[in-house]
Design a protein. Structure first.
Length: 262
């Protein structure tokens, strides 16, 4: 029985990874063509890539679920604040929230060398930040916020600053979120909980975990306080943490960031 399960695990991993890489390479080409027809055409290509990536995980028995989209107001752009469990958080946002045409605050390392993803981040209007250079990072985030407000697209930011390998949320870093809100006054904040990515990749790819549910849970949007009010803003960030954590499974809430919960 154990040999059979191991064989199924590796077969599912091979099929899923093959599907993901197929989507990345295919849509790297598609994006390069689509962007010639404008930002909207490029975003449609990004949505197609995201959906193909997410569907590739179905080979591993993954279940995809999104809830709370009724909280979205048609035609409105948001600052989307989410926890960060895996690279699939980006494909889930681009797929499940495609009508918002989201751009991202991303580490600059992803802007090179990753087919499909790097082209989107570097040419699609996202902010690629150097986490070792706070001045550059804040300037890039503020520029993105100004464009988002002016052009009417949404922005996704992961304030933990890095992925959680266990699913347990890390404390949110305020600086990037403060810069984004300050540069896009009037935009509401949309809290989102991402669930399942850390379980899917808890062994990295050796192998991936089968039969995991990947969920994207949208909470009601909130109006942020003036970022200049340090006390009110810190309290606001803590409320965001509580809201997002409220939809995590108990094992993730009780686990410690960095702890192996296998």
């Amino acid at each position: 029985m154990k040999l059979r399960e191991t064989t199924l695990d590796w077969a599912a991993t091979a099929a899923s990874v093959g599907g993901v890489f197929g989507a990345l390479f295919t849509y790297d080409v598609v994006q390069r063509v689509a962007i010639r027809f404008g930002a909207h055409a490029h975003q449609r290509a990004v949505t197609g890539m995201a959906r193909a990536i997410n569907r590739a995980t179905l080979f591993a028995g993954t279940r995809l679920r999104v809830e709370g989209k009724a909280h979205l107001h048609p035609g409105r752009a948001y600052i989307i604040v989410a926890n960060h469990q895996s690279l699939l958080d980006i494909s889930m946002a681009s797929d499940f929230l495609d009508e918002l045409e989201p751009r991202y605050v991303s580490k600059r390392e992803l802007a090179k060398g990753v087919p499909g993803v790097s082209f989107n981040l570097s040419r699609g209007g996202s902010a690629c930040i150097d986490r070792k250079n706070p001045e550059q990072a804040i300037a890039a985030i503020e520029e993105l916020g100004h464009r988002a407000q002016r052009e009417g697209f949404s922005v996704v930011i992961f304030p933990e600053g890095t992925r959680s390998k266990t699913g347990a949320m890390r404390p949110f870093r305020e600086a990037g979120l403060r810069a984004l809100i300050r540069s896009a006054p009037g935009m509401e904040v949309l809290p989102v909980t991402s669930v399942g990515g850390s379980r899917l990749f808890r062994h990295n790819l050796k192998p991936i975990t089968r039969n995991v549910e990947l969920a994207f849970i949208v909470h009601p949007p909130v109006i942020p306080p003036d970022p200049a009010d340090a006390e009110a803003f810190t309290a606001f960030v803590h409320r965001l943490e509580e809201t997002i954590a409220s939809a995590l499974p108990r094992r993730d809430i009780e686990g410690r960031a960095g702890e192996d919960l296998r």
